[in-house]
Design a protein around this ligand. Structure first.
Ligand code: FE
Length: 130
């Protein structure tokens, strides 16, 4: 898979300030604020930075946590995971494997059968509706 590499200046030009803050500065949008939190239309969720396919709407569910939640990624190569020990918590960060953009975190409190909750910032996603 070819990696998307851009300068910080290019990212700033292409992304909205909120997208830049989340994807490139590992920010977190305010809960219940993202436009895709309560969207359940069928489609493909792509990276807002590079367009890579990240999640399918079939895996999206209403976790009530305030951010879009998915039980699994679209494919095992779509995302990368890293340990994040910021803010006095040990969490697993989820990144786009194509551009390295920060997406959110994954928690072990999701639904059957994966038991995982990929808690993803709406600002990091674009929905291609079917
Ligand atoms: Fe990406």
């Amino acid at each position: 898979m070819s990696k998307v590499e851009k300068s910080e200046q290019e990212w700033r030009q292409e992304l909205t300030p909120e997208q830049y803050r989340v994807l490139r500065e590992k920010g977190t949008e305010a809960p219940f604020s993202g436009e895709l939190d309560h969207t359940f239309e069928p489609g493909t969720y792509r990276c807002a930075g590079c367009g890579a396919e990240l999640f399918d709407s079939d895996a999206k569910y209403d976790s009530g946590c305030g951010w879009p939640a998915f039980s699994a990624p679209a494919g095992e190569d779509a995302i990368e995971e890293e340990t994040d020990a910021a803010y006095g918590m040990v969490r697993t960060e989820v990144l786009c494997s194509s551009c390295g953009g920060h997406l959110g975190h994954v928690f072990p409190d999701g639904p059957h059968p994966t038991g995982l909750r990929y808690c993803i910032n709406s600002a990091a996603l674009k929905l291609d509706e079917k």
